[in-house]
Design a protein around this ligand. Structure first.
Ligand SMILES: Cc1cc2nc3c(=O)[nH]c(=O)nc-3n(C[C@H](O)[C@H](O)[C@H](O)COP(=O)(O)O)c2cc1C
Length: 193
């Protein structure tokens, strides 16, 4: 897989093979990648909670909201739920304003998952009031992002979005998940060349 292929394959997946167990070592390997990423002032304030047991996965699952643009889809059915999770925390006692660090770490984790034949989804829609006591997360940690991990069983494809058209993702009758991306001409605001 070249770099472009890796990027293209690293999509947000929300349906997984529920039988495909994610090992603790796999999640730890993904954190090893995140450990090597840039961090503002090299403060490295991120902490991680890893889960790969059905019991804990199930508890975390119920605190997450899936695919807001698919209002008729309540999220993956039990057989297609993620088999691992990484919760990214910001340790406020080290540095509070660290959401850029989180983004860099999260995408690195997903790229690493793709390389392993896995996939996942970042989820910002987390019921933090429920998740904090559930996982006994102390107050000096911000619950920034959850990453669901598993072996994807869905097809996700990118499409071009015309100027002014909808950027909402959708599923077709084959249940292929389509993600419209703005064309490069809409992204580059100015070029000095
Ligand atoms: C910061 C961030 C938060 C997100 N939160 C959610 C979420 O709460 N629930 C969800 O289903 N997807 C979530 N996503 C996934 C986006 O919906 C997804 O990235 C977008 O639809 C584009 O699809 P793609 O990742 O395949 O390019 C989030 C993505 C990012 C970057």
């Amino acid at each position: 897989m070249n770099f472009l292929e890796l990027i293209l394959k690293t999509r947000s997946y929300r349906r997984f093979d529920g039988q495909h167990q994610i090992e603790r070592n796999t999640l730890e390997g993904l954190i090893e990648l995140a450990r090597c990423t840039p961090s503002a002032a090299n403060m490295q304030p991120l902490k991680y909670i890893l889960s790969c047991t059905p019991e804990w996965n199930q508890k975390i699952f119920f605190t997450l909201a899936w695919a807001g643009y698919l209002p008729d889809w309540p999220g993956p059915e039990e057989a297609e739920q993620p088999t691992g999770y990484i919760i990214i925390l910001i340790d406020k006692s080290i540095r509070e304003n660290s959401e850029i660090d989180v983004g860099i770490a999260a995408q690195t984790i997903l790229l690493g998952a793709t390389e392993l034949g896995l996939g996942g989804c970042m989820l910002r829609s987390v019921n933090r009031k429920e998740l904090r006591p559930l996982l006994d997360i102390p107050g000096h940690f911000i619950i920034s992002l959850a990453i669901a991990i598993g072996k994807p069983v869905e097809k996700v494809v990118l499409g071009d979005v015309e100027s002014g058209a909808s950027i909402k993702y959708y599923r077709d009758s084959d249940q292929t998940h389509h993600v419209p991306k703005r064309k490069i001409g809409q992204l580059i605001y100015r070029i000095y060349s």
